[in-house]
Design a protein around this ligand. Sequence first.
Ligand SMILES: [Zn+2]
Length: 207
Amino acid sequence: MIRPPQWHGASFSEALDGDIRNDISARATLSEVLGVSDSWATVHQVHGREVVRATVSGDGGDADAVWTTEPGLPVAVFTADCFAVVMSAPGAVGVAHAGWRGALAGVVAEMRSVMVHSGHIPTMAAIGPGIGPCCFEVGAELSKKFSDHGAMTTWGTSSVDLTGSILGQLEGLETWVSKGCTYHSDGWFSHRRNGKPDRLAAVGWVV
Ligand SMILES: [Zn+2]
């Protein structure tokens, strides 16, 4: 489990913490370590830009971002190569799931905007571990869509810097970015590398 420094209400799990999406006991253990309830508010992630406000735990339906103002209600998204973003405002916290589809759709900007319009202006953000530009090989068509964030894999083919793209949606916020690439570094789950259903979690809570 990694915690952005000087943040009390955000955490990203590692492979060592187990499959936090599917393994209830792994989720309970992680919650206990974090000192939060293991009844989380989650969403059915569909790689879009829908944002849900949670007032109770459980699945909030098809969406890729979930935020809350409820003290004691953790909000979470699950990833394996995609990026998770935690955003906090005084009295509110949100988490978003963004792979290339979500990044293009602007789900992070959308969550920020929804929070702002509800009177909760985010001040800090954290980006969890995902697939780096070192390994995120893409075809020509996708490469074109991310022309501002084009990069190169370590083996010399076209790739996309998704972190850079997401950072563009977090302009003006103090943002912490996790080190490591889920694809080539040990310690994470990678859907692209092994295709397994295991997922990392990003969890946020109001402090
Ligand atoms: Zn890599």
